[in-house]
Design a protein around this ligand. Structure first.
Ligand code: BEZ
Length: 395
């Protein structure tokens, strides 16, 4: 090779490496699409998740490796068909890099195939549908919230061990309600408990719980085990209180039913409820205190578990993109980076189970007590590092 050739080859290599590095770092805008409810029964949950995710981005000046973070919102209205339409727009027209959502299990089931087929990394900040980290798992779906089984199964054994022998189940009639009750039932009956009856109320439509409360009372069970969230949780707890249900049996259930997000509306009607969650505001760690202070100073109220799930989604996005030096162009690499993140956040240690892509986390069993500033969640027990089983998934 003559000197001239060597010179041109050298110049080519220099130009090529400058060009390729400019491709990987020149994205300028990282687009995060949300698929969350901004209308309908779970509106406050969607807003809380979005607020807290924005807080995580604000903390780093809304930039990762020099690229600006842009949030593009999609309102699912808690309706699977609407969510699917919105996902098509976010993926094909807006060309988002990552999707964050949804809140409802039924919506999550509807979105599963489109995110996997288009290889769009999805971070689930709430919806607990079990199959998404089991037989329908994918490396493009990472759940940092919980699986419906993960929160409810521990309550089955725990309540049975506390001497509750019989229970009546009550939940909205959709995927999450059914899965939560089944998880509780499995562990409760395994530990010797008996289910005296179960009712599933029309989802998004039930305003009057009176007829159901009457059947729960008639059952004579030691406890009612329920799941409600959003407006349904507020109505249920208030109506159960006026009905006097807690005078004849223990009120227990999935902890969202008395989330700190709903307590200001439920007030003393929530006192005495026993539930389980992946976060309670009383967790005594530095990370939690800092988070509560900054959430309170920005939004004027204490954060709920939904806020923590939104905040941790933001943190996971930041850490994953940083680990790729800001290069989000390769979706396989991005999905891999997301599932590799582990953080120590407000709820405690959070790691992603490599086998299922579902979060491994502590579950807190609490009782709602009368605090100085109103009802609050007092931790009765902590079950450490709980996994979702995900036996049919092996990513
Ligand atoms: C769900 O649909 O998966 C869900 C909704 C609200 C709270 C918890 C779970």
């Amino acid at each position: 090779m003559n000197t001239q050739n060597i010179f041109f080859r050298f110049i080519f290599i220099i130009l090529f490496s400058v060009y390729s590095s400019s491709i990987s770092y020149s994205k300028d805008i990282i687009k995060i699409g949300t698929l969350l409810p901004y209308s309908g029964v779970y509106t406050v949950l969607g807003e809380e998740i979005t607020n807290a995710m924005s807080l995580a981005f604000d903390e780093i000046g809304n930039k990762i490796n020099g690229n600006t973070i842009e949030i593009i919102k999609g309102d699912t209205e808690v309706k699977p068909n609407i969510a699917l339409q919105k996902s098509r727009k976010l993926i094909s027209s807006d060309k988002v890099d990552i999707l964050v959502g949804p809140v409802s299990s039924s919506v999550a089931l509807a979105l599963r195939d489109i995110v996997v087929q288009t290889k769009t990394p999805l971070i689930i900040p709430n919806a607990g549908a079990n199959v998404l980290t089991d037989e329908k798992c994918s490396k493009f779906i990472t759940r940092i919230s919980f699986s419906n089984y993960q929160i409810n199964a521990p309550m089955g054994s725990w309540l049975a061990n506390q001497g509750i022998k019989t229970a009546f189940l009550l939940a909205p009639n959709y995927a999450a309600g059914k899965e939560m009750m089944n998880a509780f039932k499995e562990k409760f009956t395994e530990a010797g408990g008996a289910i005296l009856g179960e009712e599933y109320t029309p989802f998004r439509k039930t305003k009057d719980f009176g007829p159901y409360l009457a059947r729960v009372k008639e059952s004579g069970a030691d406890a009612v085990y329920v799941f409600y969230a959003g407006g349904e949780a507020i109505n249920f707890i208030k109506q159960a209180h006026s009905f006097g249900l807690s005078k004849v049996m223990k009120l227990t259930g999935a902890g969202w039913t008395t989330s700190p997000l709903f307590l200001p509306a439920q007030k003393d009607a929530a006192i005495g409820f026993i539930g389980s969650l992946n976060y309670v505001p009383s967790i005594d760690t530095e990370a939690n205190k800092i988070f509560i202070n900054s959430y309170k100073s920005k939004f004027g109220r204490i954060p709920s578990e939904f806020a923590v799930q939104g905040y941790d989604s933001g943190k996971v996005i930041i850490e994953a993109i940083k680990s790729l030096s800001g290069d989000v162009t390769n979706k396989d690499n991005l999905a891999e980076a997301i599932r590799t993140v582990s953080i120590n956040g407000p709820r405690g240690p959070l790691t992603i189970d490599k086998k299922t892509n579902n979060v491994i986390q502590n579950i807190y069993i609490f009782e709602v007590i009368a605090g100085e500033k109103g009802p609050e969640l007092k931790v009765l027990d902590t079950i450490k590092a709980v996994k979702a089983p995900g036996k049919k998934c092996n990513i």
